[in-house]
Design a protein around this ligand. Structure first.
Ligand code: TRP
Length: 73
């Protein structure tokens, strides 16, 4: 199993009700967690053994080691 300990990301909500949805790692790709953020709330998280992808629904700033991206652009 590879090491995901450096794979952090930050989500900052720009409106109420932004959803950060975690998708499972491995053979099945399915939702396993949904976190709701209100405007100004920040979630700092990482990719793990259980989480290989995330989906962001709503207006947010997403910071990753690769780039900072705005979901409403
Ligand atoms: N239990 C989950 C895990 O260890 C928690 C988690 C980590 C998570 N990163 C996430 C949930 C990103 C949603 C989105 O993988």
């Amino acid at each position: 199993m590879s090491n995901h300990s450096g794979d952090y990301f930050i989500i900052k909500a720009k409106e109420n009700g932004v959803n950060v949805i975690g998708l499972t790692r491995g053979k099945d790709t399915r939702f396993h967690h949904s976190e709701k953020l209100d405007q100004g709330e920040i979630m700092i998280a990482q990719f793990t053994e259980h989480t290989s992808a995330i989906k962001v629904r709503g207006k947010a700033t997403i910071v990753t080691p690769f780039s900072t991206i705005e979901s409403d652009e």
